[in-house]
Design a protein around this ligand. Structure first.
Ligand SMILES: *Cc1c(COP(=O)(O)O)cnc(C)c1O
Length: 357
C-alpha cells in the first residue's frame, strides 16, 4: 500500500490541552472545527472528553457529528446558526450558540424554543468580521435576557492580531470589549491560541485554544509556551525511487531544479493531492532516515523529490517526515508562504493513524 500517512498522537493532544489550561488558569473550550484542523474531530474529541471543559466547532453539521459519536460535553457553535430552523436542533442537542448578528438575536426572539439556550454573545471589538457593534451590545444583552429564551450568556470577542506581540491592536480590542461590557455581570471569553500563549494579562473566564492543541505555534518568534507544545500530527511517507544524476540535469515538472553537481535524488510518495503545498520551494526542509534534508524542484500531484546526496544512509524505503516532531509544520509553512493552520486543514487522501505517544 502507498506509504503516505498522517500519524496523530492523541497523548500529545491531551498534553497541549492541559498546557492551555495550565497557562491560562481557566476553563478551555478545545477548538476542533474543520475536522479538528484536519486531525479528525471525532477521535480528537474522544481523546479529550475526559478532561475538556467543552468543544467549539464552526457549525451545527460539525456539532451533530460529535453528538452522533457519543460526545456529551458542551459544544459551542462558533458561528451560531445560519438559519433560524437550526434552533430546534440546538435545543435538542444542548449546543451552545454564538450570537454574532442582530438577525440572529431577532430570530431567537421570534422562535419558540423548548428549553432555554446558552448564548455566547459576540462583540466586534475591532476585527470587523462578525460580532455586534459596541453600540448595540448592551441592548442585545438586555433583549436576550428579556426574551425568556436564554438561561446563560457568555460575553465574547475575537482578536485579529494577537499573533503580533508588539502590535497595540489587541490591547485596543480589550479596551473596546471592557467598555462595551461595563456593568454586565457575565462570564467572558476572549483568548484564542496566540492570546493564551502571548497575552497572559488579557482577562478570560474561558479560553478557546485551537492551533496550540495541535502543537503548532501561531508566532514566528520564540515563545516560552510554544517550546512546551508537542506536535500532534506527523505527516510521513517513504522513498519509492532513488536516482543518481550528473551535474546539469533537471528534476521534475518545469525543470525548476537543475543539479549543480552529481546528486542522489529520492522520490517520495507525497504530493499536492495529499495536501502538501505545491508552492513549497526547493530547500523546504524534510527529514529522511533521521536526517534533515530538503525538497528539490516542483511538488507534483502524488510525488515530490528530495536531496539524498548527503544522506548516505537513506535509500529505497527510507521514512520521510514532511512535518511532525522534527520538521515543525510552522517551518514548512514559513517556507511555503502559508500558515500551519492551512497545511493541516488541506490534508486529504492520506489515512489518519491514531497513536498514544
Ligand atoms: C478558530 C477560532 C479560535 C481558535 O483559534 P486559534 O488561533 O486556532 O487558537 C478561537 N475562537 C474563535 C472564535 C475561532 O473562530
Amino acid at each position: 500500500m502507498r506509504p503516505a500517512r498522517a500519524l496523530i498522537d492523541l497523548q500529545a493532544l491531551r498534553h497541549n490541552y492541559q498546557l492551555a489550561r495550565e497557562v491560562s488558569g481557566v476553563r478551555a473550550l478545545a477548538v476542533i472545527k474543520a475536522d479538528a484542523y484536519g486531525h479528525g474531530a471525532v477521535r480528537c474529541a474522544q481523546a479529550l472528553e475526559g478532561e475538556a471543559d467543552g468543544f467549539a466547532v464552526a457549525c451545527i453539521e460539525e456539532a451533530l457529528e460529535l453528538r452522533a459519536a457519543g460526545i456529551r460535553a458542551p459544544i459551542l457553535l462558533l458561528e451560531g446558526f445560519f438559519e433560524a430552523c437550526e434552533l430546534a436542533l440546538i435545543v435538542e442537542h444542548d449546543f451552545w450558540c454564538v450570537v454574532h448578528s442582530l438577525w440572529q438575536l431577532e430570530a431567537i426572539e421570534q422562535t419558540a424554543v423548548a428549553k432555554p439556550l446558552t448564548v455566547w454573545l459576540k462583540l466586534d471589538s475591532g476585527m470587523h468580521r462578525v460580532g455586534l457593534h459596541p453600540r448595540d451590545y448592551q441592548a442585545a444583552y438586555q433583549r436576550l435576557q428579556a426574551s425568556g429564551k436564554v438561561e446563560k450568556i457568555v460575553l465574547m470577542s475575537h482578536f485579529a492580531r494577537a499573533d503580533e506581540l508588539d502590535c497595540p491592536r489587541s490591547s485596543e480590542q480589550v479596551a473596546v470589549f471592557e467598555a462595551a461590557r461595563q456593568g454586565l455581570g457575565a462570564e467572558i471569553s476572549l483568548r484564542n491560541s496566540p492570546a493564551v500563549m502571548g497575552w497572559p494579562s488579557v482577562p478570560s473566564d474561558w479560553v478557546r485554544p485551537g492551533i496550540m492543541l495541535y502543537g503548532s505555534t501561531p508566532f514566528e518568534e520564540n515563545n516560552s509556551v510554544a517550546e512546551r507544545l508537542q506536535p500532534v500530527m506527523t505527516l510521513e511517507s517513504k522513498v519509492i525511487c532513488v536516482r543518481e544524476l550528473p551535474a546539469g540535469e533537471p528534476v521534475g515538472y518545469g525543470a525548476k531544479f537543475i543539479t549543480d553537481k552529481p546528486m542522489r535524488i529520492g522520490v517520495v510518495a507525497m504530493g499536492y493531492a495529499d495536501g502538501y503545498p505545491r508552492h513549497a520551494p526547493t530547500g523546504t526542509p524534510v527529514l529522511v532516515a533521521g536526517q534533515r534534508s530538503r525538497l528539490l524542484g516542483r511538488v507534483s500531484m502524488d510525488m515530490l523529490c528530495i536531496d539524498l546526496t548527503d544522506v548516505p544512509q537513506a535509500g529505497l524505503g527510507s521514512t520521510v517526515e514532511l512535518w511532525g516532531k522534527n520538521i515543525l509544520a510552522s517551518e514548512v509553512a514559513l517556507a511555503a508562504d502559508t500558515i500551519p493552520y492551512q497545511l493541516f486543514c488541506n490534508l486529504r487522501r492520506v489515512p489518519l493513524v491514531y497513536c498514544e505517544g
